[in-house]
Design a protein around this ligand. Structure first.
Ligand code: NOJ
Length: 550
């Protein structure tokens, strides 16, 4: 149910956006891998949940060296998922249900199976084919030393050496992620033109927006210096370089050339809120993921600080902030919030971290009401609405994530948040695959997920699914939720309380129940109140008198 009070062209300023990881959403053909037939069939579920838009992670032809973020052809759907025609049908069917679709474009790198990279390997050093990538001779005797010692975001080095047709070692090529994901050279005009065409390709097929993968990494310092100890703003050789902004201005011009609003959503991991906000200037991206909030521990002061710095940085450019508790890269909130360290960092992930899932679930419910009450779009990652925990005991032989392997096995990787969704029934595949499926789900589902299926949660008014549905329903019905101003009422070391017009959100992160501020009634609470008081690790939305404007 779209918000009636907001002009349609501004849908992106307060949409509830559901992230679909197609491989794990719903399997229509029974091969154990989610696909577009499954996604189409489940669109009514998403309409019932009330979301305004989908963000679909890459569905393109890919060898899946990095879960589809290694794209071999941006204009073809991977056969495991379906066909281009089916993708168009997903976009059209969703739109008919009032749901827009955001597709994921991966501009920093391609698959090593992409036609351009294969041509580059076949071509000679110095050729135009190689100029689209970062091929470089090594240093030292015989060029045996890689050109830089930049560290990969996936651990390990960022250069791989090629082999010449006669078997001798050749040039090196750059890959900020795996060797199967060679980086493109964004100073090459072919690269720029190709992406403008990819954007038009998907906009022409009805995509309402583009999620931009690794958006702050595209540009590299051509001098290839080592990374300085404390690089100043814009001085890192491959992160957040100033030249990026012209690229996104070009993308924005393409988006703005369509009569209805097409949006750009950046995946921008940057610690500095001011540098982050530069990507959201009026002629660049519309929004970007706010990972700072997601990574903060379950602690009032830390969350308050993140909210304040986020709001201030976004106000400076007039863009709405986004609120995200999870995605396909990070530990699921129910698990994260049940630990001694409730923050998130990739470097801290380890097997065997003690977790209290009941506590985590309670906090994740409160966190959802907090995130959903803040101004701007709210992202929900599939399974978050079911309160799925991270699956941390996957058998080692099924693990697929390169982050796990490239860390030498120390990092559990991201497979645990990508386990196929449970839809119904009491045993795997829990309705993920049809009854006549020929294969097990591509990652095994836990034996104790029977109470976490959509079917079971629909029947349980205290389920996470009910809470999410209610939160979305109430949010859509309240003109002051979504985009707009926020005013803090008070905050103590344990409590956050802010007004959004005549709706007040109160979150108790402390150990004891607290009094609620004056209100006429409770719109929604993440746990039952205790004699009118807000219990620990609980959030509530209250109807209050509108703030007095003087
Ligand atoms: C960010 C994506 O979310 C992640 O899944 C992927 O591995 C990297 N970018 C590289 O494309």
């Amino acid at each position: 149910m779209p918000q009636q009070h907001r002009p349609d062209a501004l849908w992106w300023r307060d949409a509830v956006i559901y992230q679909v990881y197609p491989r794990s959403f719903a399997d229509g053909d029974g091969d154990g891998t989610g696909d577009l037939t499954g996604l189409r069939a489940r669109l009514p579920y998403l309409a019932g949940l009330g979301v305004d838009a989908l963000w679909v992670t890459p569905w393109y032809a890919s060898p899946m060296a990095d879960g589809g973020y290694d794209v071999a052809d941006y204009r073809r759907i991977d056969p495991a998922f379906g066909t281009l025609e089916q993708a168009e049908q997903v976009i059209a069917d969703a739109r008919a249900l009032g749901i827009r679709t955001i597709v994921d474009v991966v501009p920093n790198h391609v698959s090593d199976q992409h036609a351009w990279f294969r041509a580059a390997l076949a071509a000679a050093p110095g050729s135009p084919e190689r100029a689209r990538f970062w091929f470089h001779p090594g240093t030292g005797p015989n060029g045996d030393t890689m050109p830089t010692h930049w560290r990969s975001d996936f651990a390990g080095s960022t250069w791989t050496r090629t082999t010449e047709p006669d078997g001798t070692p050749g040039e090196w090529y750059l890959h900020l992620f795996t060797p199967q994901q060679p980086d493109l050279n964004w100073s090459n005009p072919d690269v720029v033109a190709e992406h403008l065409d990819i954007l038009r390709f998907w906009f022409d097929r009805g995509a309402a927006g583009i999620r931009i993968d690794s958006a702050a990494l595209l540009v590299k310092d051509p001098a290839l210096p080592e990374v300085p100890l404390n690089p100043g703003p814009g001085a890192h050789p491959h992160v957040d370089r100033d030249e990026l902004h012209d690229i996104y201005r070009g993308w924005r011009a393409v988006a703005d050339s369509y009569p209805d609003t097409r949006v750009l959503v950046g995946e921008v991991w940057l610690a500095d809120p001011e540098r982050f906000a530069r990507f959201l200037r009026p002629d660049e991206m519309h929004t970007a993921f706010n990972f700072d909030f997601m990574a903060r521990p379950w602690q009032a002061a830390a969350l308050r600080e993140s909210i304040d710095s986020t709001l201030a940085a976004h106000a400076s450019v007039g863009a709405p902030p986004t609120w995200v508790l999870s995605n396909h890269d990070v530990t699921r909130p129910v698990t994260r919030y049940g630990r001694a360290d409730t923050g998130f960092s990739f470097a801290a992930k380890r097997f065997g971290t003690p977790t209290d899932l009941d506590l985590g679930r309670r906090r994740a419910r409160a966190a959802a009401l907090l995130a959903a009450a803040l101004p701007g779009p709210w992202y929900v990652y599939q399974g978050e609405e079911l309160g799925l925990p991270e699956v941390e005991d996957l058998p080692p032989e099924v693990l697929q994530d390169p982050m796990h392997f490239r860390s030498g096995g120390a990092d559990p990787g991201r497979d645990g948040c990508r386990v196929p969704l449970p839809w119904s029934g009491t045993a795997a595949p829990y309705g993920f695959s049809p009854p006549d499926a020929t294969h097990e789900p591509w990652l095994p589902q836990p034996a104790d997920w029977g109470a976490l299926t959509v079917e079971a949660e629909e029947a349980d008014p205290r389920s996470m699914l009910h809470l999410y549905r209610e939160a979305i329903r109430v949010r859509h019905g309240e003109p002051s939720l979504g985009d707009g101003p926020l005013s803090w009422l008070w905050s103590s070391p344990d409590v956050l309380a802010f007004a959004r017009g005549d709706v007040t959100c109160v979150v108790n992160l402390g150990a004891a129940a607290v009094e609620l501020p004056p209100h006429t009634h409770v719109l929604l609470s993440s746990e039952p109140l205790e004699s009118g008081r807000l219990p620990r690790d609980t959030a509530a939305w209250l109807r209050t008198a509108p703030p007095v404007v003087v």
